[in-house]
Design a protein around this ligand. Structure first.
Ligand code: ATP
Ligand code: MG
Ligand code: FE
Length: 339
């Protein structure tokens, strides 16, 4: 089975070819950092236009890298949400056009399902169910992953996502954009105990997350400490919160024999190290995708597409793009208390 995957939900345009037996034949990526850097964040209009320009040549290059033609592909998988709607539409419409032109089926992929299943692309032994910490630019959730399309959300953030906190901290410290890798680099040179920072929701009964107060505390401390010490102390606080909240979830999900971390923040060395230690302490296996598979890419979309296609799941060509699309709609429906 051969799947073409397309990704365009945020500021990475990507195309990949992945087989059902986990071979990544090609994966191409075009970032837009330079276009957004002057604004210190992703500008949706600029992103959508850049996706239009980048996607077609990327698909051609990926097919060329893999040495295959579009006719050899079994299905076309495209991110259909959640994300910046203009960008999502570019990838989804392109996927639909290719599906229509070739007569191949379309598989609409939830970007979060791409992140959630990505560890199964890199680790053939990762079986369901597993406890997933999904930490990215827009999300911070703990999910029990029971199978393809079967997600129970145990926790989410009541305000900012973890990656968002990294990005805002980088902006406050003038470390540049994108923020996560810049904060991690600066943190290596600083003292994680130098700045007293809060650990929001640490010890709370429900395993939810909160990062807004941490960001405000960093904002108040700017100028009073070296940027490296602030970065290191901020990263240590995030790691503390992630570990504390995940510990709660591990107790709530004894059926999950493996702890998995995915999403852009899973590329952070301190986060990976702390979660691996946590898993070991609880007698669970630990799985994290390689760094390139943590941040946005199309191989994870192609892989989620392969898993869905193998399960007989394809989608009609009139399927709409979805700016919001929770993995666990039931949990989203009881958002009353802010979570
Ligand atoms: P979502 O997946 O929630 O829709 P997104 O696609 O924008 O959001 P990802 O590409 O999965 O997010 O992750 C990007 C986020 O990961 C950014 O917030 C970035 O700062 C963060 N990030 C990337 N690398 C690192 C790192 N080494 N340390 C910490 N954070 C990182
Ligand atoms: Mg990005
Ligand atoms: Fe993402």
């Amino acid at each position: 089975m051969l799947i073409l995957g397309l990704e365009s939900s945020c500021d990475e345009t990507a195309a990949a070819l992945v087989t059902g037996d986990r071979r990544v034949l090609a994966h191409r990526l075009a970032g837009q950092e330079a276009a957004h850097a002057p604004y210190g964040g992703v500008v949706p209009e600029i992103a959508a236009r850049a996706h239009v320009e980048a996607l077609e040549p990327l698909i051609a290059a990926a097919l060329d890298d893999a040495g295959v033609s579009l006719n050899q592909v079994d299905a076309i998988a495209a991110t259909a949400g959640p994300g910046l709607i203009g960008g999502v539409m570019v990838g989804l419409v392109t996927g639909k056009a290719l599906a229509h032109a070739t007569g191949k089926p379309l598989v609409a992929v939830n970007h979060l399902e791409g992140h959630a299943l990505s560890p199964r692309l890199s680790d053939p032994d990762l079986a369901f169910p597993y406890l997933l910490l999904l930490v990215s630019g827009g999300h911070c959730q703990l999910l029990l992953v029971a199978g393809v399309g079967r997600y129970t959300r145990l926790a989410t953030t009541i305000d900012d996502a973890a990656g968002e906190a990294f990005d805002k901290t980088a902006k406050l410290l003038k470390l540049g954009f994108p923020g996560g890798p810049a904060v991690e680099r600066a943190a290596r040179l600083g003292n994680p105990k130098a700045v007293p920072l809060p650990r929001p929701l640490k010890g709370a009964a429900e395993p939810h997350f909160s990062f807004a107060g941490l960001k405000s505390a960093v904002a108040r401390a700017v100028g009073q400490y070296p940027a490296e010490d602030l970065a290191a102390s901020f990263q240590a606080a995030v790691v503390d919160c992630l570990v504390d909240r995940t510990t709660r979830a591990l107790h709530a999900a004894p059926e999950a024999k493996t702890l998995v971390v995915a999403g852009g923040v899973a590329a952070n060395g301190a986060v990976r190290g702390a979660l691996e230690a946590l898993a070991t302490a609880h007698g669970r296996r630990f799985v994290a995708p390689p760094l390139w598979l943590c941040t946005d890419n199309a191989a994870m979309i192609a892989w989620a597409g392969a898993e869905r296609f193998a399960a007989g799941l394809t989608d009609p060509l009139d399927l709409p793009a979805r700016p919001r699309w929770p993995l666990d709609p039931a949990a989203e429906a009881v958002r009353g208390a802010g979570v």
